[in-house]
Design a protein around this ligand. Structure first.
Ligand code: GDP
Length: 354
């Protein structure tokens, strides 16, 4: 994958109340790039979508920004939701480096989203709030895929003031939760203020802003966390445990550091004792262009962070979503198994207490 310097792609999670638009937003981020004829440029991983920096700066209509950014792009976890975020950990804390909190601007925050905000605060995860479904405001004149401010300026005064009214209700709710927030284009200091981006996941208005603000947050707050070392044994988190025809039980994993190879011995968290097994195959989605192929996946011999990959190996039936995946050698296997066991206990205690 594309890597600039030794910074890996930041991992982004989308959280929010059911029906507020997580899936539509992810589809839009994936789909609009396909519609623009840039299908080759985005990479579909297992459980994640990678949008490279070039695609983002083009989408934002400002290729001149290209050289300002040091991260290679953004990796969106495809499984949206509260659970995905709270139970997906890395050794450093949350698996996601960045988050999008989506809220229906017409409904405001729901209890589960408030809990998500509190978790983000606890993990100190930089995030942006997107106030979705602005196209539902009565009289809205949709401007497909336009940046928010350009679209806003095309609305009549009544629509603008209705948007402002709903927007400041969200600001008020965030204030009551202990966050200072403001519209993203009015913020100078993202450390003190949470950015709120009004969008429509349906029409694409505001989506360029979402990508740009995420890049800005990654650049400003994450540099130290994104250094990775391709030479160390891979470290990852299980996204999902899945039965696949012909392969048996497999695990979909986000690898966030190091390199994982076919044949490596891995230790995976489970409900009981950690599983020790050997990687039989590493699988990636087959590119859409190869539709003739019967097989959904293609095999690779190794993968390097950050990437989503499917692991086929014996004995994965009891693997646990959210748990760690580590590589071991005969010398390290006992210690690593111990570590995995205690990481699982931590995650379970934390998730139980929420
Ligand atoms: P999720 O449960 O958070 O993943 O929400 P979905 O993405 O499935 O969206 C729930 C419903 O809201 C679906 O019917 C979407 O078509 C609709 N929806 C999502 N985003 C928008 C939007 O920006 N505008 C409008 N009008 N509808 C939306």
């Amino acid at each position: 994958m594309a890597v600039k310097g030794n910074l890996r792609t930041p991992i982004v999670s989308v959280m929010g109340h059911v029906d507020h638009g997580k899936t539509t937003l992810l589809d839009k981020i994936r789909g609009s790039t396909v519609a623009d004829g840039e299908a080759g440029a985005i990479t579909q991983h297992i459980g994640a979508t990678e949008v490279p920096i070039d695609v983002i700066v083009n989408k934002c209509g400002n290729p001149a920004l290209r050289d300002k950014f040091i991260v290679p792009g953004l990796l969106f976890i495809d499984t949206p939701g509260h659970h995905a975020f709270t139970s997906l950990r890395s050794r450093g804390g949350a698996l996601a480096d960045l988050a999008i909190v989506i809220v229906d601007i017409n409904e405001g925050f729901k209890p589960q989203t408030i809990e998500s905000l509190q978790i983000l605060k606890r993990f100190k995860t930089p995030f942006v709030v997107v106030a979705n479904k602005i196209d539902r405001i009565h009289g809205w004149n949709p401007q497909r895929n336009m940046p928010f401010v350009a679209s806003y300026n095309k609305q009549n005064e009544r629509v603008k003031s209705e948007l402002d009214r709903k927007f400041y209700e969200i600001v008020g709710e965030l204030y009551n939760l202990g966050f200072n927030s403001e519209r993203h284009d009015r913020i100078n200091d993202f450390q003190r203020n949470v950015g709120i981006i009004p969008i429509s996941a349906m029409t694409g208005e505001g989506i360029p802003d979402v990508l740009m603000v995420l890049l800005g947050l990654a650049q400003k707050f994450l540099e130290a966390n994104l250094h990775y070392d391709a030479n160390i044994p891979g470290v990852g988190t299980v996204l999902e445990v899945k039965e696949e025809k012909g392969l048996g039980t497999t695990i979909d994993v986000i690898l966030y550091d190091g390199t994982l190879r076919k044949g490596d011995t891995i230790v995976v968290g489970s409900l009981g004792k950690p599983i020790q097994t050997k990687v039989r195959a590493l699988l990636k989605p087959r590119p859409l262009t190869e539709i003739k192929s019967e097989e959904k996946f293609e095999q690779v011999s190794s993968v390097t962070a950050a990437i989503g990959v499917k692991i086929s190996a014996p004995g994965l039936e009891s693997a646990l979503a959210g748990s760690p995946v580590r590589i071991a050698t005969p010398e390290t296997i006992d210690a690593i198994t111990q570590e995995v066991q205690s990481e699982i206990e931590d995650v379970q205690i934390d998730t139980d207490s929420m």
